[in-house]
Write a protein of this length. Structure first.
Length: 122
C-alpha cells in the first residue's frame, strides 16, 4: 500500500448516494479500526458511535442546524455516520482503571515500569 499516493488521491465527499450502503462487514471493520486506534499514552480517551439506521441518522441530524444545516442531507444520505467523542478530564479513577487493565494484560515487565507509566500520565 502506498500511503502517500492514497493521501494524495483522497477527497472529502460532498454528497452521498442514499442507495449505496455499507455492508455489515464494512461496518464491523470500521468499528474494529476505530477501537484499535492508539493514543500516545495508550489511554484511548475516546468513544465512537456508529449510526447506520434511518432512525439513528435522524437523531444525529437534529444537531445539524444553524451554521451546520448544510450537513443535513449528508447525514441523512450517508450509509453510516460516525460520531467521535472524547473525555475532557482524565480522572484518577479512569487512569487507574487503564493501569489495572494493562497490568492484567501483561503489559508491564515489573512494578517499577508500571509506576513509571502511571507517573508519566498524571
Amino acid at each position: 500500500m502506498d500511503i502517500i499516493n492514497l493521501l494524495n488521491t483522497r477527497y472529502s465527499a460532498k454528497e452521498f448516494d442514499p442507495n449505496k450502503k455499507l455492508t455489515t462487514k464494512d461496518l464491523e471493520d470500521i468499528a474494529d479500526i476505530l477501537q484499535l486506534s492508539p493514543s500516545s499514552t495508550n489511554l484511548q480517551p475516546w468513544h465512537f458511535i456508529i449510526a447506520s439506521t434511518d432512525i439513528g441518522k435522524q437523531k444525529i441530524a437534529q444537531s445539524a442546524h444553524g451554521m451546520y444545516a448544510f450537513n443535513l442531507s449528508k447525514i441523512l444520505n450517508a450509509s453510516a455516520i460516525v460520531i467521535f467523542s472524547s473525555k475532557i478530564d482524565l480522572t484518577d479513577e479512569y487512569l487507574n482503571l487503564i493501569l489495572e487493565t494493562e497490568e492484567k494484560d501483561g503489559r508491564f515487565q515489573d512494578a517499577t515500569f508500571k509506576e513509571l507509566v502511571h507517573e508519566r500520565r498524571t
